[in-house]
Design a protein. Structure first.
Length: 61
């Protein structure tokens, strides 16, 4: 009977541990998605009108 109870305790412990790991992975995916969305929104607003460096002119003969 004792082994049976230990089995149930260990089984419940493994189920809790797996659930915690699933929640951690889900939170990580959510943070990554939020960062990607923020980067996408920031990139949409950027306008590159000022050119840095020297202007190139046509080559002379």
């Amino acid at each position: 009977m004792f082994e049976y109870e230990l089995h149930h305790v260990r089984s419940a412990e493994l189920i809790r541990e797996a659930q915690n790991e699933r929640q951690a992975r889900e939170a990580l995916r959510g943070r990554r998605a939020a960062r990607r969305e923020a980067a996408r929104r920031a990139a949409e607003g950027e306008v590159h009108t000022s050119r840095r460096g020297r202007l190139r002119s046509a080559r002379t003969a």
